[in-house]
Design a protein around this ligand. Sequence first.
Ligand code: PLP
Length: 372
Amino acid sequence: MIYADNAATTKLDTDALEAMKPYLIEEYGNASQPYFFAKPAKKALAAARESIAECIGADPEEIYFTSGGTESDNWAVKSVLFFSSGTRRVVTSQLEHHAVLNACHSLEKLRVPVDYLPVDNNGIVGISDLEASLHEDAALVSIMLANNEIGTIEPIQELCNIAHNRGALFHTDAVQAVGHIPIDVRALGVDMLAASAHKFNGMKGSGFLYIRRGVDLHPFSDGGSQEYGKRAGTENIAAIVAMAAALKKNCERMEESTRKLHSLEALFLDKLSGAKLDYIRNGSNTHLPGNINISIKGADGEMLLHRLDLKGICISTGSACDTVNTQVSHVIKAIHVPEEYAKGTIRITFGADNTEKEAIVIANALIDILKG
Ligand code: PLP
């Protein structure tokens, strides 16, 4: 089996697994309890918060643990419902993940106006488009840090400045970016940033929302006083510990793994070009390491996925989070990939475990299917 769909999910890191184990069996105390048995859980929670905060340049009090990217995005985006009336417009992009897009669609049903900014052919949101769309009623801008399909990294710092100059808050969906590219929330200037552990070798069903100090978001859930009273519910200590361990390790190895992933990309694409495949590489030059999104002329991405699957190779077509949908994805539409290429879009996302040999095997398998 060759797994090359690391944007969909990643393997749990073995050190993260070891770190979390004690909190599943021995140290299973509820961190909210006052007795001695709860202390290890409480300490682990604080240490994880501190470690995660350090990895993204935040303070520990600005990290709120959640059940993952979808929850974090929903919390941030739907928070506008609790803003003072009159200033509730949301501005987002056509490229967002459905966790943001569908949260916005729900807001529209509640009469919150939402603008969906176009992107250029590389998937970049235009600074001038954002400027033009920000009227007095704009309350929140939500633009993703890096796109899950084509890997494009957005100019968040500039976009965030514009939003702030017009008095709007700025949220970024950084689910694909955290643990993969350097992130400093202070340098970016964002007010909220969403992350998901299973995208950086942590557990599925855990993540966090960074909320800048001073931004008073309405609680996600009401109940106990967990997460500073903003996200009630007994914490999943084991998953949180694993998330912190995985993120720390990814951040420590980022330079080395970025180099490796870029060289796998080059190796793979050289093979395709050597076989004279007619394809377009989608996304901008500044993209997530290991992300290769290509549209092959006259091909059928869905067919390629299944043929590769039969050879034991896992890749993706369209959006990996939405595999029942076989149509051209909203991202490929938004970047205007020509029709004769668009249907032949596939995404290969290399990760920490992939090897040069695997990159060559996938490229050869693809060439065999298309030319054989
Ligand atoms: N945002 C982006 C950009 C994603 O890629 C994903 C998952 O694919 C999500 C949000 C949702 O994250 P989760 O799977 O943790 O709910």
